[in-house]
Design a protein around this ligand. Sequence first.
Ligand code: ATP
Ligand code: GLN
Length: 148
Amino acid sequence: FPIIRAQISQDYIPDSKFYKVEAILRPWRIQQVSSALLKMGIRGVTISDVRGFGAQGGSAERQAGSEFSEDNFVAKVKIEIVVSKDQVEAVIEKIIDEARTGEIGDGKIFLIPVSDVIRVRTGERGEKAERMTGGRSDMFFSTGSSTA
Ligand code: ATP
Ligand code: GLN
């Protein structure tokens, strides 16, 4: 059956230059997701171990929590990626491609506008702080500059 794609819409509300793509996924799919993101020039990624409750409830993936019989939270991994607006749909699509099994518990993706990005080391803000060495600018252009 057809895989449901993220809708191609850039009419995000509120409008922002940067967005955080926050995905709650199956822990055993994270390696696959992060290496696919790396291949498409995404260099900044944050991961946390989380526990959650969704339609999956406490069923399946119980092995780690079976001793807590009244605890229905399922172990998940949260992946957070701040990108510029024009990268959002590609990142969402890649996450779906790599994380989807089709079974209940595949996870959910939230899209959050980000007001600013500040690089602590340099104090840079906005685009300069969001651009990363080895990121998109290095992959698509061969100018040698990763901050332009
Ligand atoms: P620097 O050039 O000073 O190293 P940087 O932009 O590469 O700055 P880091 O200081 O290396 O940033 O990043 C620290 C942590 O911040 C990373 O380990 C990652 O968890 C998180 N991070 C950085 N950029 C992003 C991003 N765009 N999205 C999500 N997390 C990020
Ligand atoms: N937008 C950044 C770039 O083009 C990458 C952001 C990220 O890696 N999360 O370099």
